[in-house]
Each structure stands twice: as structure tokens, then as C-alpha cells.
Ligand binder design. Sequence first.
Ligand code: ADP
Ligand code: GLC
Length: 480
Amino acid sequence: MKNILFIASESVPFMKTGGLADVVGSLPKLFDKKYFDVRVIMPRYMCMRQEHKDMMEYLTHFYLDFNYQSRYVGVLQCKYQGVQFYFIDNESYFGGGAPYGNIREDIEKFIFFDKAALSALPLIGFKPDIVHCHDWQTGLVPVYLKDTFRAGEFYRDIKSIITIHNLKFQGTWDVKTIQTIAGLPDYYFTPDRLEAYKDANLLKGGIVFADAITTVSDTYAEEIKTGFYGEGLDGLLRARAHDLRGIVNGIDYDEYDPSKDKFLPHKYNARTFRKEKIKNKRALQEEMGLDVDDSKFMIGIVSRLTDQKGFDLIAYIMDELCQEDVQIVVLGTGEERYENMFRHFDWKYNNKVAANIYYSEALSHKIYGACDAFLMPSLFEPCGLSQLMSLRYGTVPIVRETGGLKDTVQPYNEYEGTGTGFSFTNYNAHEMLATIRYAKRIFNERKREWNKIIDRGMAVDFSWKTSAAKYTEMYDWLCP
Ligand code: ADP
Ligand code: GLC
């Protein structure tokens, strides 16, 4: 039996700002319970929904010496869908209105979380063989395991893995501040350890000190070793290439299942989508105040509104695209310029564009379940889950060939009758527009072909099965 601890800043259902939460909340369920005990530890944010806070029960508390003060650390627990979750509680660190905010404060809060989570383990009575860290927020865990905590018998043999979900965010601040907060000796703050371009970098610490590194698709694992995608850490990732591998994400096939999705007015499956899915389209057109018309090519977007996702391309061709017979339904929040861009086009093309600038699980499911196509022209995309959800719901993805998008969407080939979506190569707005037009032409003029693209997309398996087996293999390799 191997004990694995996921340590992360978010997880469904308790807190979610993006795909990281989907991964942390759905992957642990998939391991064979005969061989693995996989648990999750995350912060208890005050801004969590009350129903989730009510699910937690107090386990223990202690005081941690941190940044020259003695700090309260509460530990709560709950079992959710068979997985044991622990929550680190401290109101002054996790009391804000959102899990992330000001980066300086976030850095201190997550260093606290890393130290508190490791310190809590003996009290919880769970000794992991492997701690599996996720993103910069947990970057100091591998460092602490090699340093401060190594002295303790309990921690000595614990191995660590860090999974990079997004290399863009690294948790950097000046060396002095981070060194003081972390309480680590000078030794760690050199360019071959935590220092990067004169600052201290938490993700870099994780990458340098973890026993293994993964990222969430094969293509992204290659891309981040290059200057364009490497975010300044490509040299380090090349140096650690031997310990770095890509394992593509899956999605939770129970949560995302069009045949029993509670948010969909009309359920369907791979056999019935031809008749049933269109009813969801009509319902969404009505709900969004768009023309109720089967023949309109309805494109969905569900996304954090950041430049990662290719919104500059969309902004550039929106006027042109809206001259056509299309409908665009957007759900997302993020950078103000993109929020306003979509609000503007909603105002300008009111019967064609529906901008929903908020977060809604219900509407996201309705979009996956109703639209004809899903647009995701990312500048970079470590994996991307939305295109997997689209495939599962028979909504044809239109993507740029980068990262996980390239690995999971097979471009349509009309001569061979293959492919599950549409894709383009360059980060170029008119290349994207041409691809959207091509997709629309197949949709309008060759409906049977279009439906076969859906058939193939719905037949591909992006449940966690295959990827969980790869993580299993890696855990076995690290701890034979
Ligand atoms: P990222 O993690 O980079 O944001 P992913 O495609 O991996 O991108 O995951 C995004 C997840 O967040 C998906 O589950 C998507 O449905 C969800 N999501 C993004 N924005 C919203 C929103 N405004 N409302 C509901 N769900 C959203
Ligand atoms: C990140 C990436 C996204 C990935 C998700 C889960 O947020 O931007 O591509 O799917 O993490 O791994």
C-alpha cells in the first residue's frame, strides 16, 4: 500500500478558479484503493460556500513558528466521494474574498500553507510515501522536504513530485522577503536553486528539488523546454528533462456526462445526440435572447478571460465574424479588457453575441451541451479541459495547435474522413477565422459529415483511466 498526498491550492468541489481544481478533485478517486491511499490537503478559505464548510469537521490544531510569529493552524477534514480531504485553517491568511489576490500576500499565504501542511502530517497520522505538489503555490514543499523537515525521522523518506499546470505563474518576489518568510538559509538563494533573474522563485524551487516533474500534456512538456513557452525556466527544464514527463489530463466522466447532466434540460448520448442535443441549443438560444434558429452556427466559449486563451485573436476578427450567420455565447471572467470587449460586442451585435461575464457551473454545462462548436484559440495551453468537455458533449472544438489542444483534438480531414475537431497552427487571427469559416461550411453544407465528426469526438475516451495508470506507474517507479 502506498500513501500519496496531493497538496494544492484548489480542488473541486470546495474551491475552483480553473482546471487545476478539476484535476485535483477528480484524479485521486481513480487510483486503485487496494494499492493506493490518495488524500488531498488544501487551504480552508473563508470564501468557500457554506455548504462546503458545513461538510468539514475539526480534527486538530497547533501553533507554527512562521515569519517570527507563532501562528494558529487548524486542521479540518472531510470525506468526499471516497477521498479523504484535509483543510488548513488560518483566518488571517485564508480570510480574503477570493483564493488569490495580491501576489505579495499570496506568496506569504502559500509559503505558510506549505509549511503548515507538512507540519500537520504527524498530527493527522498520515505519512505519505509521496507528496504530489501542484503549481507554484506548493513549490516550497519539495524544498522543505530536502531541508527543514529532513531532520525529522517522519519526513526523511518522503518523495516529492511537482506537476506544472501553468508555467506562467511562478510565485516570484525579491529574495530578501521570500527568504525571511520561508526561513531558509542563504544556500537556497542562488541561481541554481531558488533564485531566478535576481528574484526568488517558488516554482523554480519546486522544479529544482522535486524528485520528479510532470506537466499536463506531452506537447507542453516539449514546449516548455523552448524559449517561447519556457517563461524563463526553459534552461532549467532542459537540464531536468530526464525527470520531466507529460501526462495528459482527463475529466471526471461522472460529472461531465450529457446522459445524466442535471444542468441540461435535454439529456443525450452518442446515439441520441442528433435528435436531442438540438433541443438544448434551442433552450439556450431562448435563455440568451438569441434567435431561436437551428441553422445558426452556435459557437461557445467558457474560459478565464486572460491573454493565455487567445482573446486578442478573437477581438481582432469579431466584427468580421459577426457579419456571418453565427451566434457566439461567452461565459467567463478575468481581465477587464476582455470582459469589456465581449460586453461591447454583445451590445453591438445583440442578436448574435451573448456575453455572460460571471462564473456559473450551470451555464458552463449548458454551453457544452448546446453549442455546435467550441472555440479555444489559446496562445499556450498546458492541457485544457474545456475542449475535452466539449468532445464529451458532442460540441466540436476549434482550437489552436498548442500544448494539450494539439494532443487531444484531431483535426478534421475531409478526404480521409477522420478527425474530431478543427485546428490551426499559427497565432494569427485570420488563420483562426478561416478555420471557423471552414467548420461552419461543413456544418451548413455537409451535415452528415459534421455529425460524423461528433460521433468520433464522443467516442474518444478522455476519462482519467489512461492517465491515472501513468501516474500509478510513476508512483511505483519513485517508490518501488
Ligand atoms: P484553465 O485551467 O487554464 O482555466 P482549463 O480548460 O483547464 O483551463 O479548465 C477550465 C475549467 O474552468 C473548465 O472546467 C471550465 O469549464 C471552467 N470555467 C472557466 N471559466 C468558467 C466560468 N466563468 N464559469 C464556469 N466555469 C468556468
Ligand atoms: C492550468 C492550464 C490548463 C490545464 C489546467 C489543469 O490552469 O492553464 O491548460 O488544463 O491547469 O491542468
